[in-house]
Design a protein around this ligand. Structure first.
Ligand code: HEM
Length: 406
């Protein structure tokens, strides 16, 4: 990361862009493409009809009829991201169309080979990631209209789940957007540390705490837009992966790519770079087990975002600086960041309780099959494969341990 140029509050755009971070949109892809060039219409045509094709059990047949397209005509980051988004959604639909018991263990070569090639080009795994589901999956309905309210936003590609699926994607998007000032404050804080500029550091920490508070407010909107029963019984399975999942114990065979099945975790906001970056800046030490899981999730991030987190972890230690400083205002601002992060994580646990634990009990009480059959293999595990509540509480509690006492 480069040093600032004297204009204190705005980090160098160069510093942001070298990590494929946008001044306005942070980790979100700033202007996602919504269509691929004409040769790729066989993919796009299926992708635009995905929820209906899955509901009518026709997706697998349509994918079998798809030609095997050459990926060499895809140009630039935007086209590659849209291709990965489309192929990952097709793959999730193909594998899970008939639910957990009817999952497919082989991905046909006309889908597997291009998906593998696009994944290699982007440095992403060949499965749906947070980068697909959220970062590259948004468009304005009215291109000249503003971001908020949510009504002007919609996902480019959908899965079953109707308005709840839309809400789940868009609320997560709003959390990413609310994080943007916090990402810039993170860079400011590192510049300030490098230059031993405590005034600037203090302002950066205040900015970071405010941004985490705004992320928390955005997160709460999940309650307004997403129905727990639809999330639990319809949406969740399509985010599931083939690693740490007893429904796919041997992984997925990517035909034409490898002789052996491969195992990848499903999509999860644990793959969002935001909290990884904040944890590194604040020097939060998670348990070994949680750290192993979270670090594995970094393999599911675009490589430049991974590099951003790595560079923060290699920067001078903020925590050591605060501990050795006599400036109580700094300590207070640092602790505000920690408290805001604990609150965010506590509210997230409340959401997970409502959308998974309580929804599971309610689904058990409903007539079997009234909405959909929830995946049994995911009852105690997240789509990323973690043991949900042990993991989330450990991560929240180790965040709290980051407080520096007076
Ligand atoms: C209905 C909404 C949500 C549910 C049910 C949910 C569920 C989960 C689960 C089960 C995990 C454990 C990891 C795994 O195996 O996947 C997790 C982790 C995580 N989720 Fe969510 N999540 C939701 C919304 C969000 C949103 C909107 C964000 C914000 C971007 C978010 C951020 C995270 C983060 C950062 C982690 C990693 C643990 C941490 O750092 O605290 N989640 N989530």
């Amino acid at each position: 990361m480069e040093a600032g140029d004297g204009k204190e509050e705005s980090p160098q755009p160069m510093g942001l862009s070298s990590f494929q971070l946008s001044e306005e949109y942070g980790f979100l892809l700033p202007k996602p493409l919504t269509e691929l060039p004409p040769p790729y219409s066989p993919w796009m045509d299926i992708a635009h009809e995905l929820p209906q094709l899955i509901a009518s059990h026709q997706l697998r047949a349509r994918i079998h009829q798809m030609p095997q397209l050459n990926t060499q005509h895809l140009q630039g980051r935007e086209e590659l991201h849209l291709a990965h988004l489309v192929l990952s959604f097709l793959t999730m639909g193909y594998v899970w169309q008939e639910g957990e018991e009817g999952s497919m263990k082989v991905l046909p070569r006309n889908l597997a080979v291009p998906f593998w090639e696009v994944s290699q080009a982007l440095g992403l795994p060949p499965i749906l990631t947070h980068a697909d589901f959220v970062l590259a999956n948004w468009r304005r309905k009215d291109p000249s209209g503003c971001w908020l309210p949510c009504r002007n936003l919609e996902p480019i590609i959908s899965l079953p789940g109707g308005e709840s699926l839309r809400g789940f994607i868009l609320v997560t998007l709003l959390v990413e957007k609310a994080a943007v000032p916090g990402i810039k404050a993170t860079i400011q804080a590192i510049h300030a540390l490098q230059h031993l500029d405590d005034e600037r550091l203090h302002r950066a920490l205040q900015g970071l705490a405010a941004a985490i508070g705004d992320m928390d407010k955005a997160l709460q909107r999940m309650h307004d837009y997403v129905d727990p029963a639809v999330f639990y019984t319809v949406i969740r399975i399509f985010l599931s992966g083939w690693r740490d999942n007893t429904a796919m114990p041997h992984g997925l065979l990517y035909e034409g790519v490898s002789e052996q099945p491969m195992a990848f975790s499903g999509g999860s906001a644990a793959q969002s770079s935001v909290l990884h970056a904040f944890d590194e800046l604040l020097g939060i030490q998670h348990s070994q087990e949680s750290t192993t899981f979270l670090h594995r999730m970094r393999d599911y991030m675009p490589p430049p975002h991974r590099a951003f987190i790595r560079d923060i972890s290699q920067a001078p230690s903020l925590r050591q600086h605060i501990l050795s400083s006599a400036d109580l205002r700094l300590r207070e601002a640092f602790n505000h960041c920690i408290t805001a992060l604990v609150d965010f994580r506590s509210h997230h646990i409340a959401i997970v309780t409502k959308y998974i634990a309580v929804a599971k009990v309610r689904a058990g009480q409903e007539e079997a099959g009234s909405i959909g059959k929830p995946p049994a293999a995911l009852e105690a595990k997240g789509t990323g494969g973690s043991h949900i509540f042990i993991f989330l509480k450990s991560v929240r509690d180790s965040t709290r341990e980051g407080l520096i006492s007076a």
